[in-house]
Write a protein that binds this ligand. Structure first.
Ligand SMILES: Nc1nc2c(ncn2[C@@H]2O[C@H](COP(=O)(O)OP(=O)(O)OP(=O)(O)O)[C@@H](O)[C@H]2O)c(=O)[nH]1
Ligand SMILES: [Mg+2]
Length: 334
């Protein structure tokens, strides 16, 4: 068996070169993307490493490049091979949009090149929630279902703002409901040497925030609550209504939550008028189904995404560039 690797621009080039050098019986046994810059940067194309094998006794070097190119067109080899990883992982809705796009331009779906599919995906995502960003307000509230990572995310943002942007960050919690919740945020406040306040009732809100008047940035933690518990959502609303001035409200969602539940959270939490999203737990999922369903059903800005428990490292700005890099690096071929 002869095994050979080719670094090529696309599968078509690999097939042509393999058939030229190893003969028509050469078979592709694997392909992987090799990092040469970033693929969505049109000037720096990413390359494919394609591994090809052929039985030693049937290597028949074919010098007629035209006949190979014709043969490529006639076979379905190019189409049967896994095309583009991120496109493959995209949801049916996004793929259907691709089909409509092809109809619009009268091109057949399977005739689009990998690069065109990537550009299309880029376009779909760009029209969506990653291109928008909320103006950072001085006061920021984090809300969402239990255990999605609200408090941990606050600690990550506080640490980054404190260490990198040298901001004087104040931390506030109104979660006096869950045992240990106050201590959890207080521990992070102590580590950062950040001022920390506990708000026990809506009446205390304005006063406690005023105590942090020297802070450039205030991050407020809320108690986690099921989207189905309207009573608790209304309790949180009472606290939020007591905040004076402008502030941002982030809904924190885990991409490990199933998509029907995500729809319901996006819907029921509207009661609290969230302005943007933070997505957590990318490291916990093996498929991106829930992630796609979030971006298909949300037009509000996604501000950050989180991919682990480490404070402050496992958070990034949810730019399209950062997200696609993360997806590409961390979700391996099926
Ligand atoms: N794997 C993973 N774990 C995370 C991530 N973010 C937070 N966690 C973990 O999830 C658990 C819950 O995190 P918390 O920050 O306490 O979640 P919360 O939303 O504040 O929870 P409640 O206040 O109880 O509603 C902790 O074990 C965190 O370390 C993430 O992006 N990935
Ligand atoms: Mg919490």
């Amino acid at each position: 068996m002869i095994i050979k690797k080719y670094i090529v621009n696309d599968m078509k080039e690999a097939i042509i070169r393999a058939k030229y050098e190893l003969g028509k019986d050469a078979v592709i046994i694997s392909q992987r993307t090799v990092k040469v810059g970033k693929w969505y940067n049109l000037r720096k194309k990413k390359q494919l490493e394609v591994t090809v094998a052929v039985e030693e006794n049937i290597v028949t070097k074919n010098n007629n490049i035209n006949s190979i190119q014709n043969e490529y067109k006639e076979t379905d080899m190019g189409q049967s091979i896994e095309t583009d990883f991120i496109y493959e992982k995209a949801s049916d809705i996004i793929k259907n949009k691709l089909v409509s796009y092809c109809d619009l331009y009268e091109i057949e779906d399977n005739k689009l090149t990998i690069e065109e599919k990537k550009n299309f995906l880029n376009l779909v995502l760009k029209n969506n929630c990653f291109e928008k960003k909320l103006e950072l307000e001085r006061i920021n509230v984090f809300m969402g279902p239990t255990g999605v990572g609200k408090t941990t995310t606050i600690a990550k943002i506080a640490a980054k703002e404190h260490l990198v942007n040298k901001r004087n960050v104040g931390l506030v919690t109104m979660d006096t409901y869950r045992i240990g919740a106050v201590e959890q945020l207080k521990t992070y406040a102590n580590i950062l040497d950040a001022p920390f306040e506990v708000v026990n009732s809506p009446d205390e809100m304005a006063y406690k925030i005023n105590k942090l008047k020297d802070c450039d940035m205030i991050l407020i933690d809320t108690l986690g609550t099921s989207q189905r518990n309207k009573g608790k959502l209304i309790d949180i609303k009472d606290y939020l209504d007591a905040i004076e001035g402008e502030f941002n409200k982030y809904l924190v969602l885990s991409v490990s939550t199933d998509k029907d539940t995500i729809y319901s959270i996006l819907d029921r939490y509207k009661l609290l008028n969230y302005d943007g999203l933070i997505l957590t737990k990318f490291d916990e999922v093996t498929v991106l189904t829930n992630f796609w369903s979030i971006i298909e059903n949300n037009t509000l800005p996604v501000q950050y995404f989180c991919f682990g428990q480490d404070v402050p490292d496992d958070i990034k700005d949810a730019t399209l560039e950062n997200l696609l890099d993360y997806i590409e690096e961390n979700f391996t071929y099926a």
